[in-house]
Design a protein around this ligand. Sequence first.
Ligand SMILES: C[S@@+](CC[C@H](N)C(=O)[O-])C[C@H]1O[C@@H](n2cnc3c(N)ncnc32)[C@H](O)[C@@H]1O
Length: 273
Amino acid sequence: MLGMLETDKVFAGSIPENYDRHMVPLIFEAYAAETARRAASLSPVAILETAAGTGAVTRALAPRLSPGASYTVTDLNQPMLDYAASRQGPDSRIAWRQADASKLPFEDAAFDLVCCQFGAMFFPDRVAAYREGRRVLRPGGHFLFSVWDRIEENIFADDVTNALARIFPDDPPRFLARTPHGYHDKALIRSDLEAAGFSDVTIDTIAEQSRASSPRVPAVAYCQGTLLRNEIEAREPGRLASATDYAESVIADRHGHGEVAAKIQAHIIVASA
Ligand SMILES: C[S@@+](CC[C@H](N)C(=O)[O-])C[C@H]1O[C@@H](n2cnc3c(N)ncnc32)[C@H](O)[C@@H]1O
């Protein structure tokens, strides 16, 4: 498996808005609802969310928490968090704070749930980040998080990656395969959690459908709402629009020109501190 690059974690510039507008409805909202349902069923009172991004889970989970709950919502990149806060109604239970999941600015045993949707793939040292999550959990508290399954199970991402490999055959932009879809081995996930001191690890593999009104939507979402955008622009400035058009044509050839739908798949994991 290829490691991630230093730039793979920099969600800034035009990415927050494009991410929230295009990517979130396409692939994150369905899992946010599922994660919020699972989180709420644990009846947590003190919740920490890491790598919260533009707040897909926050918006789904906040209405399910008790009035006395406290919900600390964090992300490495302040621009993502600013976007999340701008989309959330006033809620005195929520505190927004910039934080690296690998170095949490919180006391030991401060939370009874740590949740993190599709963030672990970006952590350079996952065992260290899991250890931090466990440190801030009270004994018996839960770590609930998700990662994407392999790219071949996530059809539009795979289609876009294959399309871009045809445009840039000498140096294909592999961000999607390398990072968001680069940490799917269940045995590795389990052993990383156990190395960090977690027990009772449960991993559920959950398929959903990614749906869009046209093939344009997933093409724009992946090419312009993820760090693939930077990879395309780095290879050929000014090529972003035509690369997006080509990805759209590849998706249209395979899935049709009108409404499109394709499989997405992820692992949702829960472990006990
Ligand atoms: C794919 S997004 C997921 C965002 C959100 N949880 C969702 O489901 O839409 C990954 C997020 O991880 C954040 N991130 C990357 N490295 C991080 C780290 N070390 N600590 C905390 N957040 C990190 C990025 O800023 C980005 O917002």
